[in-house]
Design a protein around this ligand. Structure first.
Ligand code: ANZ
Ligand code: ZN
Length: 801
């Protein structure tokens, strides 16, 4: 018979709620543990089983830590501003305020039904004015410190979302949100100076326990590269061309220069350039192309020679041609490149296409070079006095030799963060534009600057947000001179609220400072942060930036916000593809709660496989876990009046404690379930040997995975108090030792080998070990085995002809 999970789960959820069971711990003598989930945006579809995989894992860790005596902070909230919420509202024709509230209520219900142990007293919502007051406050601080500035920039524009985007939000040339191809648009933008933190964002990755993959992605995104800026004179001109190169060692192989189409020298040299009309035509076309098209490895490289001008290679005085080509980007380095076709692939393709000279100057230290560009470091030749030097050394020497024509330089790929959006559903940027005084921050005591409630919140597409149309809101007084002034009408991007939410949980009602200092000292940093890998160079980079800024101005005490990060592997659909609404293959937790129960869902999601791997959902797999829970239920009910366990069961239980504890420490959630299954199978064979103490220990161990079932059985075993008040069991080291014996292997009665084996090996296992043993093989190889006499666990005699 099935245990009545529907009734049991409801009963305990009500009990926990009524008893405030998951209040944040405040025992002054206990160590702390801050377990954080990436908070969801309140989508109308609710959460799916993929979300729950992550939430269950942090829930298990939180429950284990509580049982181990930690004060645990395990909060949840809503990332409710931004495009997803707004797009949902537009699609359904209901104001985002209303849909957001409705969706929050639904997801909260789903979370409670999963038995997640959040402290709901600390619930936060990024759209709550009392919350975004502080988001705006951080913006003001950034502004005061020169880290927020407004600039006319050609930025990425999504024609479908009708807003500007940050570089991080453009993936392969497409809008990260809606997948539309992005274009460029010149807009006056708020930009945050994240580049000032590039070095620290890079170096501090060292001290945090994050997956290598994510660290690598951040490193590449920051893209630090060290090289030289080299100046080329222009023949018969005062103008000069500076290039950035990481390969100064290849300077003798430089056969032409390439300028980005946007390069300012084109305008300056226009009288000298004989084919200026052709160049201008090319420049116009290039400006409309996306960065992706321009830098694509596979696309044909195009360009035009600037006829009539020559550059002079500073190392040997050679006159070389100058091209304008769009594979060189204006916003990287100096916007100009010294082309070395023999050793750079893009230059090689270009030189081949336009029949330009290719001079080899680097050869491999050993072996032959291939036919196309040889891009590795090697040994110099064709390079005058530098011949024979290795690349690394040559870069330094050539750079030095150039004197004031070369300067060491460090470049970053990271760009400043384009921070304003032309959309309604976001935090208003708290700035006032006054004709006399310029840009003035809204005075702190006037925060929050509330987002006005309007009915026409659809994006305009004009490059201005819908707020620009509300005259009463836009027109205001200058806080400095009192004269007429206008409000900034751009809003913040959806990443703003999530940049600091982990701090708000520490003092969710605080209204005097961004975070209460005592609480901050007590809880930071986050000990475990779990979420999807898709945030690698978005949220996870932005939040580190803001945190470092708050550290600099003295509001947080740690350099990094998230000490340990783990990524959730996707839960795929049954057929191994991504779950998506359009394919109709999304598994809703609601349906599983109803059919198999929340405990089964939790345990199954952990059992699916290693936590960080993408694995397909299997309803049969979930049913298998359900059968296991039923089996455990039946067994414990049957044994509830047993007294003491046999020594064997006690030893087995101790081993279980050890294995489960150790694997949970390593964030392994699948193997513990397998251990429980093995254990229950074993003791089912010897029911009268299973005593009360061992059942209790098993229930405590299992309770983080299946809290409802364990509470119920705990009560059935006669306890009045909740299992949450128990302590995590410890094992007796004496009882978990794997016993070993000496196995003697004979061949025709003569001892040929002695080895240690586990005491509980079967006869077949013993024989396999004996026959596979190298020493033994020498005696039996090529011989016919007549008989094997085994006396487990100590003796084997192999009889040969
Ligand atoms: C000469 C050279 C020779 C280069 C060679 C490479 C290999 P990272 O590591 O990405 O910093 N470069 C510089 N500025 C550029 C721009 N604005 N657009 C496109 N390419 C640019 O790469 C630095 C290298 O990228 C530089 O070193 C430069 O080409 C190119 F055998 O200079 B190199
Ligand atoms: Zn003014």
């Amino acid at each position: 018979m099935e245990y009545n999970f529907r009734e049991i789960e409801k009963k305990w959820q009500e009990y926990w709620e009524k008893n405030d069971s998951y209040k944040t711990g405040n025992n002054p003598d206990a160590p702390k543990f801050y377990a954080l989930d990436m908070f969801p945006y309140p989508s109308g579809e609710g959460i799916h089983v993929g979300h729950l995989k992550g939430y269950t894992a942090t829930d298990i860790v939180s429950r284990v830590k509580r049982l181990q005596g930690f004060n645990v902070l395990h909060p949840m909230g809503w990332d409710a501003f931004g495009l997803p919420a707004e797009n949902f509202a537009i699609k359904h024709g209901v104001h985002p305020e209303i849909t957001t509230a409705k969706n929050v209520a639904n997801i909260k219900r789903q979370m409670k039904a999963a038995g997640l142990s959040y402290d709901w007293d600390r619930e936060i919502n990024t759209t709550d004015p009392e919350y975004y007051k502080w988001t705006q406050w951080i913006f003001l601080k950034l502004f005061e410190n020169g880290l927020a500035y407004k600039k006319l920039l050609p930025i990425n524009w999504c024609p479908s979302c009708k807003t500007g985007l940050a570089n991080e939000e453009v993936v392969d040339g497409k809008c990260e949100r809606c997948g539309a191809e992005t274009t460029k648009k010149d807009i006056n933008q708020w930009v945050l100076r994240i580049t000032k933190y590039a070095d620290r964002l890079l170096n501090d990755l060292e001290g945090i326990d994050w997956p290598d993959k994510i660290k690598e992605m951040q490193k590449n995104w920051i893209g630090k590269s060290e090289g030289w800026q080299i100046t080329f004179d222009i023949k018969d001109s005062e103008e000069k061309i500076s290039v950035f190169t990481t390969r100064a060692d290849t300077l003798f192989g430089c056969t032409y220069i390439v300028l980005a189409p946007e390069h300012h020298l084109i305008e300056k040299l226009k009288d000298k350039i004989k084919n200026i009309d052709e160049i201008n035509e090319y420049v116009k076309k290039a400006k409309n192309k996306s960065e992706r098209d321009r830098t694509s490895e596979v696309k044909d490289k195009t360009g035009v020679e600037a006829k009539g001008i020559k550059a002079i290679n500073p190392i040997n005085g050679e006159e070389i041609e100058v091209f304008v080509a769009d594979y060189v980007l204006y916003h990287y380095g100096t916007g100009a490149v010294m082309a070395v076709p023999a050793h750079d692939e893009r230059d090689f393709d270009f030189a081949k296409k336009y029949n330009l000279e290719i001079i080899d100057v680097i050869k491999p230290e050993s072996g032959e070079r291939g036919k196309s560009a040889f891009i590795d470091d090697g040994i110099l030749f064709n390079s005058g006095e530098f011949d024979g030097l290795k690349s690394v050394e040559a870069r330094e020497k050539i750079g030095q030799k150039l004197g004031d024509k070369a300067e060491k330089q460090i470049n970053y790929k990271l760009r400043d963060w384009v921070f304003s959006r032309q959309r309604y559903w976001g935090e208003p940027i708290p700035i006032i534009h006054c004709e006399k005084c310029g840009m003035i921050g809204v005075p702190e005591n006037e925060l929050p600057l509330k987002l006005p409630h309007i009915d026409k919140y659809q994006p305009t597409g004009t490059g201005e947000s819908p707020l620009a149309a509300i005259d009463e809101w836009v027109n205001t007084k200058c806080p400095k001179c009192g004269g007429p002034a206008k409000r900034e009408t751009n809003t913040m991007p959806q990443w703003a609220g999530s940049c600091w939410y982990y701090l708000r949980y520490l003092s969710p009602k605080e209204n005097k400072e961004i975070v209460n200092k005592i609480e901050e000292n007590k809880w930071m940093p986050v000990d475990l942060y779990v979420g999807g890998a898709e945030h690698a160079v978005l949220h996870l980079l932005y939040a580190r930036f803001w945190h470092k800024f708050l550290f600099d101005i003295g509001f947080v005490s740690t350099k990094e916000p998230f000490y340990k990060l783990r990524n959730i592997g996707l839960v795929l659909a049954q057929d191994g593809t991504k779950m998506s609404k359009s394919k109709g293959n999304v598994v809703s937790p609601d349906q599983i709660y109803e059919e198999l129960g929340a405990d089964t869902l939790r345990a199954y999601e952990m059992f699916m496989g290693p936590f960080d791997q993408a694995i397909g959902w299997s309803t049969n797999g979930a049913k298998g876990v359900h059968r296991f829970l039923n089996k455990l239920w039946d067994l414990f009910i049957e044994c509830k009046n047993n007294k003491e366990s046999s020594i064997n069961v006690i030893a087995e239980t101790n081993k279980l404690i050890k294995k489960v504890t150790e694997d949970l420490d390593k964030m392994k959630f699948n193997t513990p379930i397998a251990f429980f299954m093995e254990y229950i199978n074993d003791v089912s064979e010897k029911k009268n040997e299973l005593g009360i103490k061992e059942m209790e220990n098993v229930l405590i161990l299992l309770s983080p995975f299946t809290p409802h079932l364990c509470e119920e059985l705990w009560q059935i075993l006669g306890h009045k108090e909740s299992i949450l008040n128990e302590e995590w069991p410890e094992f007796d080291p004496e009882l978990v030792k794997d016993e070993k014996v000496m196995l003697i292997i004979q061949v025709n009665g003569k001892v040929r080998e002695k080895i240690e084996i586990g005491i509980d090996l079967t006869k077949q296992e013993m024989e396999k070990i004996a026959l596979g043993n190298e020493r033994v093989k020498k005696w039996i190889d090529g011989k016919e085995i007549k008989e094997i006499i085994s006396v487990p666990p100590k003796l084997i005699n192999i009889v040969i002809k």
